[in-house]
Design a protein. Structure first.
Ligand SMILES: *[C@@H]1O[C@H](CO)[C@@H](O)[C@H](O)[C@H]1NC(C)=O
Ligand SMILES: *[C@@H]1O[C@H](CO)[C@@H](O)[C@H](O)[C@H]1NC(C)=O
Ligand SMILES: *[C@@H]1O[C@H](CO)[C@@H](O)[C@H](O)[C@H]1NC(C)=O
Ligand SMILES: *[C@@H]1O[C@H](CO)[C@@H](O)[C@H](O)[C@H]1NC(C)=O
Ligand SMILES: *[C@@H]1O[C@H](CO)[C@@H](O)[C@H](O)[C@H]1NC(C)=O
Ligand SMILES: CC(=O)N[C@H]1CO[C@H](CO)[C@@H](O)[C@@H]1O
Ligand SMILES: CC(=O)N[C@H]1CO[C@H](CO)[C@@H](O)[C@@H]1O
Length: 324
């Protein structure tokens, strides 16, 4: 089993260590600085669950596609930031020699519809997604530390066959089993769409607003003004989900709001969103793939989402001066 991991960030390193622990041959495609750190130190997984430490000889690292041998990989796991998908999917298409006949791509990223850029070049039977709500940080370039775990990592397809049935998750079951056997709970699902929309609801409601106001998630639920904004965001997203023919676990915005305030936010009260962390580091955020996605779907289906648009425009204004 040969696995390529594109994007050796916190989640990529953790996935790599998990796969090596289960006897797979793991290669990373990483930026120069990270590649150097892995070549010198190997990779480590720390924090929650089993800890693993592998030497540089136990994995391979590439910095360009050119260096990768032909006909090499059974699975390609994408764990870069979403903003790189246009480029990565194009690069994979230009370097199809690294694929075997039946190589599967699995996308481990935030947001909904991240498979779309890949589907320009690869058939839907080859492209899968994951829902990850486990928290990873990278204290050193070659170490991934697992800080929070909310629910199993779920793998499956967002694509439907001609009869409108979701494609089976079975082709990627071996990867969820390896993740699970490495100690991080993981399973496959035929309902990935619902789970990803649940995550979108949560992230689109909390991330940008917490970043604009510079506060943790919990703080947002402590006054009526921010609650007002969040309620509007949730209502708009429900309209969009409904109009686009997607589904999630709750039938109405109200049902979701109840669990959101009583359970979801209290459970993650102190969390500082990745959007806030990006802005503090003066890095571009993933807003285009969160709120931006809701706005695009709204336009496509004639649903007005003014609050989402305002939030989106504020974040875009803040990041306008950031380099990358
Ligand atoms: C790993 O790769 C080596 C050759 O590079 C091969 O001999 C071995 O069978 C591979 N292991 C697995 C688990 O695929
Ligand atoms: C796109 O990919 C190529 C090839 O890996 C790389 O040289 C280039 O810097 C990438 N561009 C962006 C914008 O990430
Ligand atoms: C994610 O955002 C990038 C821009 O940052 C965009 O190019 C890409 O198409 C978006 N992906 C989806 C699925 O919307
Ligand atoms: C989204 O929400 C999950 C929890 O559901 C959280 O772990 C993650 O950091 C959030 N951020 C993004 C950008 O999706
Ligand atoms: C995941 O691992 C747990 C034990 O760690 C086991 O009980 C469960 O059946 C495994 N699930 C899958 C899908 O392999
Ligand atoms: C909750 C909600 O808005 N449900 C609507 C979803 O869309 C269908 C029509 O496509 C409506 O009948 C539902 O009322
Ligand atoms: C294109 C679009 O949906 N624009 C709307 C943005 O929000 C304002 C304020 O509610 C609306 O008036 C626009 O129609």
């Amino acid at each position: 089993m040969n696995i390529l991991i594109i994007g050796a960030g916190a989640i990529g390193i953790a996935l790599g260590a998990s796969m090596i622990s289960q006897g797979a041959n793991v290669s990373f495609l990483a930026r120069e600085e990270t590649a150097k750190a892995i070549r010198e130190n190997g990779v480590e997984r720390t924090g929650l669950f089993e800890h693993y430490k592998f030497s540089p000889e136990q994995c391979k690292v590439y910095t360009t596609y050119k260096e990768i041998p032909k006909n090499e990989f059974d699975f390609i796991l994408i764990s870069s930031k979403t903003i790189s998908n246009d480029n990565i999917s194009q690069n994979l298409n230009d370097n199809k020699h690294i694929f075997k006949d039946n190589t599967k791509i699995i996308i481990f990223q935030n947001g909904f519809g991240n498979d779309e850029p890949y589907l320009r070049f690869f058939p839907k039977e080859q492209v899968y997604c994951a829902r990850v709500i486990t928290g990873f940080i990278r204290p050193k370039r070659y170490i991934s530390d697992i800080t929070v775990h909310t629910a199993p990592i779920l793998l499956g397809s967002l694509q439907k066959d001609d009869n409108k049935n979701t494609l089976s998750s079975q082709p990627v079951a071996i990867i969820s089993k390896m993740i699970n056997d490495s100690g991080i709970p993981s399973e496959t699902t035929e309902e990935l769409e619902k789970y990803l929309w649940a995550k979108m609801l949560y992230n689109c409601t909390l991330n940008p607003l917490s970043a604009i106001l510079g506060v943790n998630y919990g703080k947002l639920t402590e006054n009526d003004y921010s609650i007002n904004i969040m309620n509007s965001i949730i209502e708009e997203i429900f309209k969009v989900i409904n109009a686009s023919g997607y589904h999630t676990m709750w039938n109405t915005a109200k049902e979701y709001q109840e669990i959101f305030y009583s359970k979801l936010v209290p459970d993650t009260y102190n969390h500082r969103s990745s959007t806030l962390q990006d802005i503090q580091k003066k890095q571009k955020t993933e807003i285009d793939n969160l709120t931006g996605k809701v706005i695009k779907l709204g336009e496509l289906h004639n649903v007005d989402v003014p609050v989402n648009k305002t939030i989106y425009n504020i974040i875009k204004t803040i990041e306008a001066d950031f380099e990358k």
